[in-house]
Design a binder for this molecule. Structure first.
Ligand code: URA
Length: 437
């Protein structure tokens, strides 16, 4: 591999030049080997954040991150594979009902997930609230469970795209996370290295997401769909609303409880809608068409897979979920309609209650979080409970309340239904769409 000087590479990007594939391959590999320092990579990440990257640079950067570690293959499985990735949101528990639902139709779902950082929850943190459940699974066991049960949600092994692990931690502390080239290459390097045959992306849009406006979310989706398609993965993306939380619970065990309600044929309409839309997208990408996913929720087929999936990783699907030791109700001050409930305010409040972590080594509280007794568009009366805050550490309640303060409006004059979200899905981006000019 050609060797470069890190300072030259940083200077090129700082001055707005496109980096060559050779420069990119070298800098990512040298950073993974710790020959390029964190301070140099931090400067380069900031230059990329400010200057952007061409499509060719993003392709080279993604490939360099894939090449920094191992790749997996599901080619020997008896079933086709289809995976989903969400860019992260508040109350986004969809992976929990979705993976068993898709597996109920004979399509394998290898869901290599992460823990939460900041105000968006992590899928593994949620599942770890189930007594006995373990996130760590060896590659051999992963294949066994996929063949027997059809769905696995587990921790991504440290061998997949190790450059991304280092870089993501660095971006997190240098205000360089919300850059489209860096997010797209981070997500897609892991998904391509994982070896799934098909991938459905759930790109969140709104206050609780990385992308707060539809145009940036569309650009992120287009970049990721192109990266996946070019790598031979059948990839499509849905853009979905994250201006207000999904469902009626935010927090680890609270979200597991709501996911089980969905698997039992109930649950909030928006969670059911998104689960079913994503399931159809994943099944179509795996070559199936016309499956009645709603029926598989109603008749218990998805629940059967859930129970087997949890048990395969040591969890007891019948064990009571942990509950927080302390609750605090927030009441409506007057009659009216809840016209706005901001996802970011709720996400930060839940995080402050202990559901999320500030540093990656911090523990999370399984029972902490927020129950929403009203959602946007609901009529409420003075004194009615709007939210219940759950925590094991009551001294955190005040800071959580200050995050919620200003994060919702009860309008005494608004008509019923004002602010109600009609559909979670805002748009769809597929490989067939023309590339932007
Ligand atoms: N999720 C990732 O895996 N990487 C990012 O950069 C952002 C979200």
């Amino acid at each position: 591999m050609t060797t470069f000087d890190a300072v030259d590479v940083i200077r090129h990007k700082r001055d707005g030049q496109a980096l060559s594939p050779e420069e990119i391959a070298w800098v990512v590999s040298a950073y993974t080997a710790r020959e390029v320092g964190d301070e140099q990579m931090a400067a380069l990440a900031m230059a990329i954040f400010l200057r952007g990257m061409t499509r060719a640079e993003i392709v080279a950067w993604t490939q360099a991150m894939i090449d920094s570690g191992q790749t997996m293959s599901f080619a020997d499985l008896s079933r086709p594979t289809s995976d989903k990735h969400s860019t992260g949101g508040v109350g986004d528990k969809i992976t929990l009902p979705l993976a068993p639902l898709v597996a109920a139709f004979g399509v394998a779902v290898p869901q290599l997930s992460g823990r939460g950082l900041g105000h968006t929850g992590g899928t593994l943190d949620k599942l770890e609230s189930i007594p006995g459940w373990r996130a760590e699974v060896s590659n051999a066991r992963l294949m066994e469970i996929l063949d027997d049960v059809g769905a696995v949600i587990c921790a991504a092994g440290s061998g997949l795209a190790p450059a991304d692990k280092l870089l993501y931690a660095l971006r997190d502390i240098t205000a360089t996370v919300d850059s489209i080239p860096l997010i797209a290459s981070s997500i897609m390097s892991k998904k391509i290295a994982e070896g799934t045959g098909a991938l459905t992306l759930d790109v969140k849009v709104g206050s609780g997401a990385f992308m707060t406006d539809l145009d940036s979310a569309r650009e992120l989706a287009r970049t990721m769909v192109d990266l996946g398609t070019d790598a031979g993965v059948r990839t499509s993306a849905l853009l979905t609303d994250m201006s207000t939380p999904l469902g009626r619970t935010v927090g680890n065990a609270l979200e597991v409880r709501e996911s089980v309600e969905v698997l039992a044929g109930g649950g909030p309409a928006d969670v059911v809608e998104l689960t079913c839309v994503l399931a159809r997208e994943m099944l179509t990408a795996a070559g199936r068409d016309g499956d009645d996913v709603e029926a598989a929720l109603a008749d218990g087929r998805a629940m059967d897979v859930w129970r087997a999936m949890i048990a395969a990783q040591g969890g007891d699907p019948d064990a009571p979920l942990p509950v927080a030791t302390h609750t605090h109700d927030v009441l409506a001050e007057h009659d009216g309609v809840l016209t706005r409930l901001d996802a970011l305010a709720v996400g930060v409040a839940s995080w402050r209650l202990g559901a999320g972590r500030a540093r990656k080594e911090d523990p999370v509280q399984a029972g902490a979080g927020i129950e929403l007794h009203a959602v946007q568009g609901d009529r409420v009366t003075a004194g009615q409970r709007l939210f219940t805050l759950h925590t094991d550490t009551p001294e955190r309640v005040e800071r959580a309340l200050s995050s919620l303060d200003g994060g919702y409006d009860v309008d005494p004059t608004a008509a019923d239904g004002t602010g109600r979200r009609e559909s979670v899905v805002l748009d769809r981006v597929t490989a067939a769409d023309p590339a932007p000019a």
